[in-house]
Design a protein around this ligand. Structure first.
Ligand SMILES: [Mn+2]
Length: 341
């Protein structure tokens, strides 16, 4: 029922692994957290000594995904422990990113590590050189979906999700559910097959949905209202909408990481809007860029060309290293250069 994936090399690598690090990208989303947790629990079940690692903090609505027995080490909060885990690892599993630069502060330590490295990813054009094995597909919703189909092929799982720990199944579901924005984008026939198999194996879909999507603060909802009413700008000639969120505004609404998750999608519900951008000033001083589009408009190329980033055709991201008050002019200029009108 799923894609055919040759897992023989991966299976050999896992059999040889003794100490492993499982890592995903900076600013982790549900797919990043879900995929490292699911992968880590599977490896632990095969007797591997596993450390779960993230370059930076995760949003508070995702912390429940991490198992008590395998807390996630955050490099920016606990650099010594994170670097020690990489130094001790004979095998490194990388999930949900196409190149090591997405691990930011961990990029150099990971490059210098002599460990056998594996990449499982669903973005475009993976970096190949650092990895002994790359399993990648764009015909899946998420890294968690790809990992699910990989696990189904493993000899010890043999297509039966009930052979995996419940926490592993929950983590896989969370990653798929968040990357598809609860089944609204990047959904393939295999995505429903995965969801169906997980629910049949005991995943409580409604409970996970509540824990991930309905746990935000009142202030977060008021920030959303403020952005939509006072900050959203339309650029009709390009079918574009954009919002700029400053540090001062974040502080005024007691912003916590994860609060602006999903905001970028909201303007796409306007008929004329084909492309939506959210620019968020960070405490570090750079601007985080999120881009979303409807079918037929490519924001991956826009992110690569103008925003030091990339991603998927309809969902991409990047960074700008300019003052927040210059962002609007830069964005309008990039639209004009990119779409040439
Ligand atoms: Mn993903």
């Amino acid at each position: 029922m799923g894609p055919d994936i040759d897992v023989s090399t991966l299976n050999r690598i896992i059999s040889a692994a003794k100490k492993a690090v499982v890592v995903s990208h900076h600013s982790p989303d549900g797919d990043a957290v879900g995929s490292i947790v699911a992968c880590g629990l599977y490896l632990a079940g095969r007797g591997v000594d596993v450390k779960l690692l993230l370059p930076g903090a995760m949003p508070c609505n995702l912390t429940f995904v991490a198992p008590e027995a395998h807390p996630i080490l955050i490099h920016e909060e606990n650099p010594d422990a994170a670097l020690a885990a990489i130094a001790a690892a004979d095998t490194v599993f990388c999930l949900d990113f196409s190149g090591l630069s997405r691990t930011e502060g961990l990029e150099q330590p990971l490059r210098e590590s002599r460990a056998v490295k594996v990449l499982v990813d669903h973005h475009a054009s993976q970096e190949k050189e650092p990895f002994a094995e790359v399993i990648a597909s764009r015909e899946v919703s998420s890294a968690c979906e790809l990992l699910f189909w990989i696990l189904m092929q493993m000899p010890d799982v043999a297509g039966d999700p009930a052979r995996l720990p419940q926490r592993c199944l929950d983590a896989l579901y969370v990653g798929m559910m968040t990357d598809t924005n609860n089944f609204s984008n990047s959904v393939f026939p295999t995505t429903f097959a995965m969801a169906s198999a997980l629910i049949a194996a005991g995943v409580d879909k409604t409970a996970l949905q509540q824990r991930v999507f309905n746990v935000f603060s009142e202030q977060r909802m008021r920030l959303m209202g403020y952005l939509l009413k006072d900050k959203m700008q339309l650029v009709p000639q390009y079918g574009a909408a954009y919002m700029i969120l400053t540090e001062a505004e974040k502080q005024a609404y007691n912003y916590v990481p994860g609060d602006s998750e999903g905001f970028v999608n909201l303007p796409l519900s306007i008929g004329e809007v084909r492309l939506s951008a959210l620019f968020t000033e960070t405490p570090e001083g750079y601007i985080r860029v999120s881009l979303r589009s409807k079918i037929g408009t490519d924001v991956n190329a826009l992110a690569r060309g103008f925003f030091n980033g990339g991603g998927h055709i309809n969902a991409a991201g990047g960074r700008l290293y300019i003052p927040v008050d210059e962002v609007a002019a830069y964005f309008l200029d990039s639209l004009q250069k990119h779409f040439g009108r």
